[in-house]
Design a protein around this ligand. Structure first.
Ligand code: SAJ
Length: 446
């Protein structure tokens, strides 16, 4: 039976029945966009309340996602999309996407519980000819060593014969889920060239950018490598900033001048690297080598970035000491709790690490973030009796701070700027003692 030919024909006529397992910030948008293109899409999630919310046309994704609520309403009302907790309903799907979380544990080992659960449940109902595509970010070798064995074991079928496997890692970003889905190129990693070809025909319905056919392992490596690459480059910026602090230069000036040299692109130093992708994907990439490659640079970059909150804490305690303020009697305000500017996402937030470090050193810590519920007091209101304000996130609101107001409300005029969003001269003119990441002559730990 030419199963792939049948799938391709159903893709071309948009009569393919598609399932999406995992209705989070990756699965739900892709389900809605596929449904809006005319496919019949069935979403599957283990969380019944999430399934119920979706079927009632309520988008469960937090944060602002332009267009998603409206698209969800449209495809539900048009009967092109519905959600369920019942895997039995997947019996007759032609294409099944898997979009479940793939976190790592504190030892940097991938936690594939959700992926394995999805494969176990899918394997029990999968019918002949189904194309299964994992969109989650996974370590190189996961399709071969985890997904295929599980699906074959639970289904009693053989891949490349009874069902087909591919990996097409997502490249979405919270806040731009629908935009990125359309505009970002994708790697269609198929277990055979024919599978990769059918994948590109399928994704061409929702992706306007390049669709590159490749082997599965290439797709697995590409996604984790692109984020490991970013992490290493951020680590370089951070280490360069520490050097600048030590030798009395200004990182921002050095960065601007270095980037005038062809082929250079130094990123921005900061208070650390948070989020759901960058801190994790380096470890997924490394895990793929099963310890058989002695990796040095990628783990070192992770360490540099993970240490930045501690560097900011050192800057803060030394600034207090310079002002003769006993550290254990000090109270500091952390401005910014999200992991990224103009975001409410606090996953792996460097500010959380900084708070823990400062509290472990005996300081009292208060937090403000205009986007994060629970921390949305006015900046000025939380500064009372604080000896220092630490800017940890480059929110626009902090760039517009009234520095004289800040100075007047602080118990002592110390500003630590871990994202370099404030002009040092303006801070000094307002009577603040300014300490900026990467700015020489500051008391940072270099
Ligand atoms: N950061 C720095 N310095 C920089 C850039 C970022 O310290 O120069 C920090 C941020 O403050 C944040 C963390 O790194 O804490 C991650 O920032 P990010 O800009 O990389 O944003 P993410 O985590 O949302 O990364 C996503 C990734 N996209 C996907 O995985 C699909 C990443 O591949 C993208 O490069 C990135 O968005 C992007 O370009 O915006």
């Amino acid at each position: 039976m030419d199963y792939l030919g049948i799938i391709k024909q159903k893709v071309e006529t948009k009569t393919a029945k598609v399932a999406v397992i995992g209705l989070g910030y990756v699965g739900l948008p892709v389900a809605c966009v596929l449904a809006s293109e005319g496919f019949r899409v069935l979403g599957v999630d283990i969380k019944k309340d999430r399934v119920d919310q979706i079927n009632k046309k309520n988008c469960p994704i937090e944060g602002k996602e332009p267009g998603l609520q409206g698209l969800l309403e449209k495809v539900i009302e048009g009967n092109h999309f519905s959600a369920t907790v019942d895997y039995q309903q997947l019996k007759d799907v032609d294409i099944c996407l898997i979009d479940v979380e793939t976190p790592i544990d504190q030892n940097h080992i991938p936690q594939y519980d959700a992926l394995k659960s999805a494969c176990n449940s899918l394997g029990k109902v999968i019918n002949d000819g189904t194309l299964v595509i994992v969109e989650s970010t996974i370590a190189p070798g996961t399709i071969d060593q985890v997904v295929r064995p599980l699906l074959e074991k639970t289904s009693g079928k053989k891949s490349k014969k009874d069902f087909f496997l591919g990996a097409c890692p997502e490249r979405v970003m919270p806040g731009k889920l629908l935009a990125n889905l359309r505009s970002m190129s994708r790697v269609c990693g198929g277990e055979t060239p024919e599978v990769a070809q059918v994948m590109t025909a399928f994704y061409r319905n929702i992706v306007d950018a390049d669709l590159d056919q490749a082997e599965v392992v290439t797709a697995e490596v590409t996604k984790t490598a692109e984020n490991a690459y970013r992490d290493v480059n951020i680590a370089f910026a951070n280490e360069l900033a520490l050097i600048c602090q030590n030798v009395g230069a200004d990182f921002l000036e050095v960065r601007k001048l270095v980037n005038k040299s062809p082929g250079r692109n130094v990123l921005f130093a900061g208070g650390g690297v948070g989020g759901h992708c960058i801190p994790k994907d380096s470890w997924l990439l490394a895990y793929g080598t099963k310890g058989q490659v002695d990796l040095e640079l990628i783990p070192a970059a992770r360490s540099v970035n993970d240490n930045m909150p501690s560097r900011v804490a050192d800057m803060t305690t030394r600034a207090l000491e310079e002002s003769k303020i006993p550290v254990k009697e000090a109270k500091v305000a952390i401005l910014g709790y999200a992991y990224l500017e103009e975001s409410d996402d606090t996953r792996n937030s460097p500010s959380e690490s900084l708070k823990d470090i400062l509290e472990s050193r005996g300081l009292e810590v208060v937090i403000q973030d205009p986007y994060v519920p629970g921390y949305q007091n006015e900046v000025i209101d939380i500064l009372r009796s604080c000896h220092t304000a630490i800017i940890m996130v480059a929110h626009q609101a902090y760039k517009k701070l009234d520095l004289s107001d800040l100075r007047n409300h602080l118990a002592s005029p110390i500003l630590v700027d871990a994202r370099r969003v404030i002009d040092p001269n303006a801070a000094e003119r307002a009577g603040l003692k300014y300490y900026g990441i990467g700015l020489g002559a500051s008391p940072g730990d270099c």
